[in-house]
Design a protein. Structure first.
Length: 194
């Protein structure tokens, strides 16, 4: 098999990730994932994901998907999926789905569905999602519906419903509009009480 410099560098990165896992375990962590979360928290971020969001914003990228495409292209791949497929292949798997299943089982889950259910539960209970739920419920307590909220900030009713359940988190422009709307509803409510 012919190996180009890109593939050799990625193989080195793969070996680096194995070394990271070993170092994390030597430091008393179950995995590198846990270790990197602690490192991010020590730097003042809520989690590794928040740190990644900070990097994305610093690099002026609009979304996590755009950051992934940027990451893949910087390593010579046509897409992020092509990069993931390559990672799976050098790890000995036929495809990325098989690789993903393996990682999920390593984390102690029986299936991808079980893992996603647990991930959604954690997301819904995250402090930032809890805060959005409180904001939406505060507006609803003032007699406004989710449909009304959606119309005021320019999103679908389903988007507001997902935010209220903690399934999704609003992107920056929508978050700003939601906070402004909450302030406006609160001020209007106070004026009506006087």
């Amino acid at each position: 098999m012919f190996w180009n410099m890109l593939e050799i560098n990625l193989l080195k990165q793969y070996k680096l990730s194995e070394r990271r896992e070993r170092i994390a375990r030597e430091k008393g962590f179950e995995s590198y994932r846990e270790y990197r979360d602690i490192l991010a928290i020590m730097q003042g971020f809520l989690s590794w994901g928040d740190y990644q969001n900070y990097l994305r914003e610093r690099e002026k990228l609009k979304s996590a998907g755009e950051r992934q495409r940027f990451f893949a292209k910087a390593r010579g791949f046509e897409s992020y999926y092509a990069y993931l497929k390559f990672r799976a292949n050098i790890s000995g798997f036929r495809n990325y789905g098989e690789y993903q299943e393996s990682l999920i089982k390593k984390r102690g889950y029986e299936s991808r569905g079980e893992y996603l259910k647990e991930l959604n539960k954690k997301r819904q209970q995250s402090p930032r999602n809890e805060e959005i739920k409180k904001i939406i419920n505060g507006i609803k307590e003032k007699g406004k519906s989710q449909s009304w909220i959606a119309k005021q900030i320019g999103v679908t009713k389903q988007a507001v419903s997902y935010w209220a359940k903690g399934i999704n988190f609003p992107q920056e422009p929508m978050l700003t509009r939601l906070l402004s709307l909450s302030d406006l509803v609160e001020k209007t409510s106070q004026n009506n009480e006087v």
